[in-house]
Ligand binder design. Structure first.
Ligand code: KE4
Length: 464
């Protein structure tokens, strides 16, 4: 049987791409959508429902991008659509407070005990940018530690050795970021506690915060080290006795994320968990719930807005109350807490809360089935591939692996990934168009989608 799929017709998408290039650089409003990393012209989406998107030429795809995470309940989920429609009838925005903001905030704090107070913004970038400003104000320090391959949005200081689109285009950072700003960011290898300890030892009173994707999604999916191995042995001996006893009693030896928490406490820096991608994704309470984290600040986005523009930064009240109008840290936003976005978030988070067990067990089982099934097809076809998965976010890397940090991920054969991506697209499966991104699915994906995806991969591995 031929494994060659007839390439889908993209006539209208091509025409729309040409028109878009008249107005937008590369024809896109976000670089990764240009498909530069995988080649070929990007399909333009016309509509989507459940697990499927339909492009401008009427081609239908099983969607594993899900708007880069938000669509955990599937596209056009009726309760979310109806909530937005109801809110829109009362006007789209007021520039004044509404009850809906606290209605969503109540749901967020119920899921995130670490968030005592918060503020809504309109993107993950705004959330992380604001959290960094708060950390610098709270500590009076300037330096930020981030990790290679982690992406926290496009604020100047965070575009240092970033992941996602920056890694996709293989650029170290971005033009236009003055070295005076980039120089305040230390980028370290993920999953290496010794490197963090050395950075603190070299700058003991200068580091304002660590910001981390607790589960990396923007270098492709990379989970944190759990359990033994991680701390340099000599560091463990230097830990303050009480802290070490308390720490080892709770999380066991050398757990990466707990190690970051311990080091930030030891050196007086803030611990910022960037859960824009993992929040409500890997558990209702995100990685904080999964790994019992107690960060000083948390950033959220994507799912919390149900597909509409919402970012959140929040955490300990003593830090959040430093924000204007109470304190000296300024931050603002015309559409922050927008009532339509709040309505979408309330409907989404409310549904996840009400159906927590059913939702997370379902997406875990579906993701395991598709992740394992495609990995087995690669093995049968002698394709060099490894993968990482946490819940319903995962990445297949075209390298032997293991992939524990960005350096490992960068060994992937991105050309092979590009061929696989196009072969799957031609077979009606839309994967994230970059080796350095995570794939997502939601409650609308089921057995039929799993089997169709595995069948497409079986053919694609043989054709690519
Ligand atoms: P936004 O500003 O794009 O809403 O959020 C930035 C951001 C912050 N933190 C994390 C962990 C993120 O994953 C993101 C954004 N994620 C990318 C996808 N990897 C957005 C997709 C895009 O850039 O088009």
């Amino acid at each position: 049987m031929s494994t060659k799929a007839a390439p889908l017709v993209h006539t209208r998408s091509h025409a729309l791409q040409q028109r878009a290039e008249r107005y937008f650089p590369g024809g896109v409003n976000s670089p990764v959508r240009a498909f530069r990393a995988v080649g070929g012209a990007p399909p333009f989406v016309e509509r989507a429902e459940g697990a499927y998107v339909v492009d401008a030429d009427g081609n239908r795809y099983i969607d594993y991008v899900g708007s880069w995470g938000p669509m955990i309940l599937g596209h056009a989920f009726p309760p979310v659509v109806e909530a937005i429609e109801r809110a829109a009838r009362n006007s789209a925005s007021f520039g004044a407070s509404t009850a809906s903001e606290a209605d969503l905030a109540e749901r967020i704090v119920a899921c995130y005990p670490a968030i005592e107070k918060m503020r809504f913004v309109s993107s993950g970038t705004e959330a992380t940018m604001s959290a960094i400003r708060l950390a610098r104000a709270a500590t009076g320090r300037k330096i930020i530690i981030k990790f290679e391959g982690c992406y926290h949005g496009h604020a100047d200081g965070l575009l240092v050795k970033a992941g996602s689109g920056v890694a996709t285009f293989g650029i170290p950072g971005s033009a236009g970021v003055p070295e005076e700003i980039a120089g305040l960011t230390i980028a370290l290898p993920y999953n290496d506690l010794g490197a963090v300890e050395a950075a603190f030892a070299a700058h003991p009173d200068a580091i304002a915060a660590i910001i981390v994707e607790p589960i990396v999604g923007n270098a492709g999916c990379i989970p944190p080290h759990l359990g033994p191995a991680g701390f340099a042995p000599e560091l463990v001996d230097r830990m303050h006795r009480q802290q070490r006893k308390a720490w080892e009693a709770t999380v066991g030896p050398a757990d990466y994320l707990a190690g970051l928490r311990l080091l930030t406490r030891q050196y007086g820096a803030l611990f910022i968990c960037d859960e824009v991608m993992t929040g409500f994704r890997v558990a209702l309470g995100g990685a904080c719930e999964l790994y019992s984290l107690d960060p000083d600040l948390v950033t959220l986005g994507k799912i919390v807005g149900g597909g509409l523009p919402v970012g959140v930064f929040g955490g300990k009240q003593k830090y959040m109350d430093m924000l204007a109008p109470l304190g000296p840290v300024y931050q603002a936003g015309t559409l922050s807490g927008n009532p339509l976005a709040m309505a979408a978030g309330i409907a989404t988070i409310g549904y996840l809360q009400e159906h927590k067990t059913e939702v997370y067990s379902r997406i875990e089982a579906t993701a395991r089935a598709v992740f394992d099934g495609v990995s087995q097809e690669a093995q049968k076809a002698n394709v060099v591939l490894c993968g990482n998965r946490v819940g319903a976010m995962w990445t297949w890397f075209f390298t032997g692996g293991p992939v524990r940090n960005y350096e490992d991920a960068a060994k992937s054969d991105t050309a092979a990934f590009g061929r696989f991506h196009r072969a799957m697209l031609d077979r009606g499966v839309w994967l994230p168009p970059s080796q350095f991104e995570a794939a997502f699915l939601g409650t609308a994906h089921g057995e039929a989608e799993v089997q169709a995806t595995i069948e497409a991969a079986k053919e694609a591995f043989r054709a690519a």
